[in-house]
Write a protein that binds this ligand. Sequence first.
Ligand SMILES: C[S@@+](CC[C@H](N)C(=O)[O-])C[C@H]1O[C@@H](n2cnc3c(N)ncnc32)[C@H](O)[C@@H]1O
Length: 232
Amino acid sequence: MGDVGRMTDDITAGSPASDTFLPGDGYVGDPAVRAEWDNRYADRQQLWSGRPNGALVAEVAGLVPGRVLDVGCGEGADAVWLARGGWDVTALEVSGVALARAAGHARDAGVDVRWVHAGLTEAALPPASFDLVSAQYPALLRTPDAAAERALLAAVAPGGVLLLVHHAGMDTQHAHDSGFDPADYVWPSMVAALLTDGWKVEVNEQRPRVAPDGGAGAHHTDDLVLRARRLR
Ligand SMILES: C[S@@+](CC[C@H](N)C(=O)[O-])C[C@H]1O[C@@H](n2cnc3c(N)ncnc32)[C@H](O)[C@@H]1O
């Protein structure tokens, strides 16, 4: 069974996932961001494909399983796939609706995942402690102090890898009437710009996406993939 009891206290701020999330349940983060994503998930029974992201599957091949942080884990397909592959998974997400689904999938799969109900920058993650930090299409809001970019980098252990994947072309779109403005979000180039000589860039490219069948993001055809290893 997915261990929804063995969670976050020793790891981060943020509340453990359960099947119900109530106001004041210990969520740590911006309530507006949580509400926006909860509404998006609640609109559909299932938002994403239910399969692990292709870029993650490709990039993780060859890595020795260790501690992984899945940032913005959504409905948990990557987290469950990683746990099945022997990784010790911490999965962080602002949406309680998504986390409840993710915890259910882990339970069905019989794997343990440490779920964290929090925003990335508010989660007080233990520094330099993950062998892999995976952020797949993470929708992180940009701030003047680059807090999200720094939080992604700070979580990676020496010798570990940051894998940040986004949809190609979104960063250069014009702002939509729908309210989407690429200037509001963190893109891989912004994280790459912060890499010092303590990091080795292993991949920084645009490439065709191994597109999932179905799910709300299935129309995106290309990925931006940034994979960087922390040297010390
Ligand atoms: C485009 S979805 C991708 C979900 C998942 N990684 C996948 O590939 O299916 C972006 C996810 O990031 C989450 N998110 C948004 N802001 C966040 C934040 N500040 N910290 C953590 N997760 C966040 C959203 O709730 C959503 O689940």
